[in-house]
Design a protein around this ligand. Structure first.
Ligand SMILES: Cc1cc2nc3c(=O)[nH]c(=O)nc-3n(C[C@H](O)[C@H](O)[C@H](O)COP(=O)(O)OP(=O)(O)OC[C@H]3O[C@@H](n4cnc5c(N)ncnc54)[C@H](O)[C@@H]3O)c2cc1C
Length: 382
């Protein structure tokens, strides 16, 4: 067993870290305030592979391993939750399904646009009345000769306003059954597609989250991703991989808040002492160091299993569950260590606390992660 990153992974981590410090951290407060992604920085991301982390090089991607991809998302999360979420969703939800199930023609058409740093990818699963319960999705695509006609709506979708194509989860029949779902590549410019104004959210304000409605949208039949009837399976596999990334993003948010808290504790004085000399503060710092390490190791393990071609569903759920809950506790205590200053929008821990709240909801709530883990454990021990 080897707990060291490879020399290549360490070099990549350093390069992304430096890029984030120079290009993203200085803009993070403004991203949150204005509710806009830092496009000047995003345009520069292709040189570091950030807009095509696991996309093959022939399509403009970096073709990286999953640990390197997790490292990149952690570094982004450390400085800006909004940017990290949009880039994570772009890579895992937008590019991932096309890389895995796209035909050569679909890959050639969409992946170079997606890796260009000019656009971002999106996956539309959630609906106003169906989030965790994906088998209850009602957006319907009925076959009509060489086309599908799509009707329905999706809610809470990351990035659609910047997407050349939206991987859209649809049912192809009104009947109940796991084989009645497809992923369809729908271009937002198609007649009948409406992308609504971004939701007003508690955090991650720079990352657009939008409702999409489909009214008699005609989609050519060759826009199905992969084998027909495999939509639910494809979505569950995509979420498994996405959870490694949300775990990494959570570790990044916790790491960023932790560093702010340590810096503040070493300079703030009370009762004639640096507050870092108080045991109560030291315990919060010790717990954060411990929990961030544990969460990061779970993220790396899930990523490693994926790279080995081994099953990683349970481990990805564990990583995402622990890391998101660690981010909550670490960001909470980072504000505590800052006292009133932590409650001020002038200090980054206030934004980090708001941003982390999504991590135990998106790509499967903590309850759903526990369900996934329990099902696997009970199955293994049957
Ligand atoms: C900022 C943001 C970005 C997002 N980005 C995307 C995106 O890009 N694409 C996309 O498709 N979706 C996206 N989502 C949606 C997100 O994935 C869903 O909101 C999430 O999966 C939960 O679904 P829901 O909100 O419908 O909650 P529900 O499924 O209605 O759940 C409500 C509550 O019930 C609990 N619950 C539900 N079922 C069970 C069960 N069987 N056992 C125990 N408890 C249960 C849940 O844990 C939760 O506490 C995003 C959401 C946000 C806020």
């Amino acid at each position: 067993m080897d707990f060291e990153l490879s020399a290549e992974q360490r070099m990549y981590q350093r390069a992304v870290h430096d890029f984030c410090e120079a290009e993203i951290k200085p803009r993070a407060q403004e991203v949150d305030r204005a509710g806009e992604l830092p496009w000047t920085a995003i345009h520069k991301m292709p040189t570091l592979g950030l807009t095509g982390l696991q996309v093959p090089e022939e399509y403009g991607g970096a073709g990286m391993d999953t640990i390197s991809a997790a490292i990149a998302i952690e570094e982004l999360g450390r400085v800006c939750g909004s940017t990290a979420l949009s880039i994570s969703a772009h890579n895992n939800l937008g590019c991932g399904p096309i890389v895995h199930w796209g035909t050569p023609a679909q890959k050639q058409k969409y992946l170079p646009q997606l890796t260009s740093g000019e656009m971002l990818g999106a996956l539309a699963l959630t609906e106003p009345n169906a989030g965790s319960d994906l088998a209850n999705a009602q957006t319907i695509a009925l076959r009509d000769g060489d086309h599908f006609t799509v009707n329905g709506s999706k809610a809470w979708i990351t990035n659609p306003m910047f997407a050349p194509v939206i991987n859209t989860y649809v049912r192809t029949s009104k009947e109940v059954g796991s084989k009645n779902f497809n992923l369809l590549l729908i271009e937002p410019s198609s007649a009948g597609v409406t992308i609504h104004a971004p939701e007003k959210k508690m955090g991650l304000k720079g990352s657009p989250t939008q409702m999409i409605t489909f009214e008699d949208v005609r989609v050519p039949a060759d826009q199905v991703l992969g084998e027909e009837g495999r939509g639910l399976h494809q979505v569950l596999a995509t979420l498994d991989a996405g959870r490694i990334s949300i775990g990494a993003l959570s570790v990044g948010l916790a790491q960023g808040a932790f560093e702010e808290a340590v810096r503040y504790a070493k300079q703030r004085e009370a009762f004639g002492n640096k507050i870092s000399n108080f045991q109560a503060i030291q315990w919060m710092i010790a717990d954060a160091a411990l929990e961030i390490d544990a969460a990061r190791l779970l993220v790396y393990r899930a990523a490693w299993l994926k790279d080995q071609g081994k099953s990683f569903t349970k481990e990805a759920a564990m990583a995402k569950l622990l890391a998101s809950e660690v981010a909550e506790r670490v960001c909470f205590n980072a504000i505590q260590i800052h006292g009133s200053y932590g409650y001020s929008a002038e200090f980054p821990v206030e934004r980090m606390y708001r941003d982390q709240r999504l991590m135990s909801i998106g790509e499967g709530t903590s309850q759903i992660q526990r369900l996934v883990i329990a099902q696997r454990v009970l199955g293994e021990m049957a």
